[in-house]
Design a protein around this ligand. Sequence first.
Ligand SMILES: *Cc1c(COP(=O)(O)O)cnc(C)c1O
Length: 353
Amino acid sequence: MDFLSKKARGIVPYTAGEQPKERRYIKLNTNENPYPPSPRVAEVLRTLETEDLRRYPRPDAGKLRAAIAAAEGVGAENVFCGNGSDEVLALSFPAFFDGDGAGACFADLTYSFYEVFAAFFGIPTKIVPLRADFTFDLAAMQAADCQGYYIANPNAPTGVGIGRAEMERFVASVPEKLVVLDEAYMDFFGESCVPLTGKYPNVLVVKTFSKSYSLAGIRCGYAVGDAVLIDGLTRMKDCFNSYPVDMVAEAVCTAAIEDKAYYAEVTARVVSERERVRAALLSMGFTVPESRSNFLFAGRAKVSGGEIYTRLRQAGVLVRYWEKPVLRDFVRITVGTPEENDALLSQLHTILS
Ligand SMILES: *Cc1c(COP(=O)(O)O)cnc(C)c1O
């Protein structure tokens, strides 16, 4: 007896990075921030009125949307919030793509959830390979026959970024197609395309509290775009879950997004460590594309990514590795605290010698 639907039996789900609890690892595998969230978050949780929790939260996350709108310089009608940006991205597929349409276009090496969502919602895909240096082939993407695009900027797992001016030329060249920009790591780059959303109704920018805001555990993300796009997402949300952003998440994220000074400092620390670790990896003979994110994509001749991953794991350092073409020659290393990064580099020295 098999009670599962054909869809449940056939689908290949996304595999998240491991979160082992049995041993304390130096965890550089899921791009979490090594620093704690703003102290204002702790204050919100300390003073939370637990009595309020008997009520449902705001279905439209109105308070948080207003805070995001203020921080991003857009109207509240231009903001949509979800249970992590993964949920926002998931809802975007049925909101903007048709099963019998020309499909969603994205790179071969990018966030692997796009492929899972497309398969789940029955949306065709058009895959455009990255160039050999891991940059996006925007000319080939522009020429692709598709309904729209998913571009992670900076890209994952490569860390490569596209500047705002270049992205504006791209979105202006495809006015009839939707461009979803996944800016999960954009705060480490500072070239957000949110300012383009007022001018280009085909641009939807998706962001998250999980990385630069140190709030992966709270599960909250958002989209910024034309009110027509936001309405499409809301219609899809209201077919799945009326309240994807719970009361605690709404209060915590509102406090976080208002603490610009704290996050500017933490982000600067991560960026400066990223450059230090990259220089050290280059001097050890690794190939490391220039990263605009909070992680480094590193590979080295004569030693596979799998071997580095396994040896580091034995030494108590977790990095991310994929057993897939091209990716298997690399590991993705999240930038940690200076102490964690030193431990990583010293283990790599041992492994290579
Ligand atoms: C981490 C990540 C996300 C989403 O994370 P949430 O925790 O669901 O907000 C989205 N896109 C990319 C490229 C990511 O790396």
